[in-house]
Design a protein around this ligand. Structure first.
Ligand code: GLP
Length: 238
């Protein structure tokens, strides 16, 4: 595992964009696994400005997102599809037909998840998976649990995640209580993992994830077993 410490959020975002940009340059039709949250916003802004400057070409890039809130339509302002369109896809020359986000409206989430994982496998797996980390150690929406779950699946969000994500909704009541998330199988089978983490309040959970016991109670700890992980963080002493 490689840990790159940066002096600021801006530098963290530039370094993360370097890693993703290098992936696109090396394989122009790569499959990128993408994440939402406030942490990757700077990375997406960097990628968009590099694309506008003609330095990156997204025309053949394919993407799969980690997760989506259960019950939110793609055009709902809090949906992760809306987030991705607004912060990346509408700002680069990507073909939207090549971008996928789990379907939060699917009646049968298990069947939707199976098809999602089959798509990932059918195009050769994820070349580079971008991850953030939740305050309780979740990746995607894989919440602390008694076991790791492999396939894309439906999850109940923890109270901590509902609290953390309520800042983005009008009120806590509006935060969906469930989500569909890529499971550990597709994440761990990605050829490379890039994790971005910013802010001192994530220090303890990041330490637990990178150096603590590998346990489903800290889902991000599983990436210790992945052979090609790069963590970029502005947190000191990690
Ligand atoms: C959400 C997403 C995660 C993300 C996490 C942290 O729960 N499902 O993929 O990593 O939030 O978000 P933030 O970067 O805003 O702290």
């Amino acid at each position: 595992m490689k840990v790159i410490r940066t002096k600021s959020y801006e530098e963290m975002s530039r370094v993360a964009a370097d890693v993703i940009g290098a992936q696109i340059i090396m394989k122009n039709d790569c499959l990128l696994g993408l994440a939402t949250g406030t942490t990757p916003l700077g990375t997406y802004a960097e990628l968009a400005s590099r694309c506008a400057a003609g330095e990156l070409d997204f025309s053949k890039v394919r993407t799969v997102n980690l997760d989506e809130y259960k019950g939110l339509a793609p055009d709902h302002v809090q949906s992760y599809r809306y987030f991705m369109d607004k912060h990346l896809f509408d700002l680069v020359n990507i073909d939207k037909a090549n971008t996928r986000v789990p379907d939060g409206l699917a009646e049968d989430s298990a069947a939707m998840g199976l098809a999602y994982d089959e798509y990932i496998e059918s195009v050769g797996g994820i070349d580079l998976q971008l991850l953030g980390i939740g305050h309780d150690g979740h990746i995607g929406f894989n919440e602390p649990d008694d076991c790791f779950t492999g396939p894309t699946h439906l999850v109940d969000l923890t109270e901590m995640t509902i609290d953390a994500n309520s800042r983005l909704f009008e009120s806590r009541d509006e935060v969906p209580r469930q989500a569909v998330t890529m499971g550990m199988k597709s994440i761990m089978q990605a050829k490379k993992i890039l994790m971005v983490v910013n802010g001192e309040e994530k220090k303890e959970i990041l330490k637990a994830a990178l150096y603590g016991e590998i346990t489903p109670q800290v889902p991000a700890s599983l990436i210790q077993l992945h052979p090609d992980v790069t963590v970029v963080t502005d947190i000191e002493d990690i």
